[in-house]
Write a protein that binds this ligand. Structure first.
Ligand code: 5AD
Ligand code: SF4
Ligand code: FES
Length: 359
């Protein structure tokens, strides 16, 4: 077996080499993190960009087996922010110089939904003199809908593939036309063709998932030539079907560690993309997001959802910041990011350098 230090010197990793990196321990693990931290610093610098996250509704038409706000969960307390509440949150982001917002919600389709998002995009652009960048994260839609939203001002889109392995995909989603692996893939291609900066990602530590799957996920992201990634640990939720497999999961700390390694290896494989430090990292480790920023991530999504709704956007247990308001997270994150040795890129879109390179 070749030593890890030699793998780290390569420009391209094989599946086996990725698996070795994901399994690294002790000095090897430290060498991986030192290397990914350096690659981050050299390629995207030590600036962290903010995306104010507005979780505007937890009403979802889908039934993903892992998610606490799945349609079938009768215990979820459903909410839908008013347009004014959403615009108020966007205004907060603008006035706080966050540079960008993310509109995230459950997956819904239809003309009423399309129009609503379209209207919101126009109004967010208006209230910020065109200065706020807008990322959408509202799931699978038709090409036509993606085009309309792009024209209305969205320029980045997040759509996690959740798992790039078809078989595993269907172990964590119902096998029906509402949850088609092929359609999700097609949506990623459509987004790219439309002109968006495209982000995807996976959950780490899912039941039935192996490091081989995870290595495949990283190779998938590389092959898709993505611009952005958001990935974090899977955290079981009691009101979901996958709860049944909770005894088969890796311990939380191991899932956390694997998520950090996934971020580190992806940074080595795709040096100039934007990588988000997922909120779920902080559900496991109180300084989890800072740790990810140190070893490769460069994006943080401060929650700016009005506090009263936060507890209901519960995709997983132990989600942080549910008792806070937007201003609390702002102060908290400023302090945390300075402590992590990074600077905040206020008032900038902080677009993916990779996107610029490929255009
Ligand atoms: N644990 C971790 N992440 C989850 N998500 C949904 N449910 C969970 C969970 N139980 C993630 C999915 C989705 C994103 C919005 O939240 O990856 O794409
Ligand atoms: Fe809906 Fe997304 Fe949750 Fe699936 S993961 S149930 S699409 S909110
Ligand atoms: Fe929300 Fe710290 S980031 S309270």
């Amino acid at each position: 077996m070749i030593p890890i230090s030699e793998i780290l010197n390569k420009d391209n990793f094989s599946r086996e080499e990725i698996i070795r990196l994901l399994a690294s321990e002790n000095e090897d693990r430290s060498a991986l993190f030192a290397c990914s931290a350096k690659v981050k610093e050299e390629n995207v610098g030590n600036i962290v960009y903010f995306r104010g996250l507005i979780e505007f509704s937890n009403i979802c038409g889908k039934n993903c087996f892992y998610c606490g706000i799945r349609k079938g969960n009768k215990r979820a307390n459903r909410y839908n922010l008013t347009d004014d509440e959403i615009l108020e949150a966007a205004r907060f982001a603008y006035e706080s110089n966050y540079g960008s917002v993310v509109l995230q919600g459950g997956e819904l389709e239809g003309e009423a939904f399309t129009l609503r998002i379209e209207r919101l995009l126009h109004r967010i652009k208006e209230l910020s003199d065109g200065r706020l960048g807008i990322t959408l994260s509202v799931g699978e839609q038709t090409r036509e809908v993606y085009r309309r939203w792009y024209e209305a001002g969205a320029h980045r889109y997040l759509l996690r593939i959740e798992s790039s392995d078809r078989e595993l995909y269907y172990k964590i989603h119902p096998r029906d036309k509402n949850h088609s692996f092929e359609r999700r893939l097609q949506a990623l291609y459509d987004l790219r063709d439309t002109g968006y900066q495209v982000g995807t990602g996976v959950m780490i530590g899912l039941p039935f998932q192996t490091t081989d799957h995870l290595a495949g996920d990283l190779l998938f992201m590389k092959a898709l030539d993505i611009d952005m990634c958001g990935m974090g640990p899977y955290i079981e939720h009691a009101d979901t079907p996958l709860w049944e497999y909770r005894d088969q999961l890796l311990p939380l700390e191991a899932r956390f560690d694997l998520a950090l390694k996934m971020i580190a290896v992806l940074r080595l494989m795709m040096k100039t993309i934007n990588i988000a430090s997922a909120t779920a990292l902080q559900a496991i480790d109180p300084i989890g997001r800072e740790k990810a920023l140190k070893i490769g991530a460069n994006i943080i999504m401060p929650n700016i959802t009005p506090g009263v709704y936060r507890d209901d956007y519960k995709l997983y247990e132990n989600k942080p910041c549910t008792d806070e308001e937007a201003a609390d997270c702002k102060n908290c994150l400023e302090a945390r990011i300075h402590m992590s040795g990074n600077k905040i890129g206020y008032d900038q879109w902080g677009d993916s350098l990779h996107f610029k390179e490929r255009n």
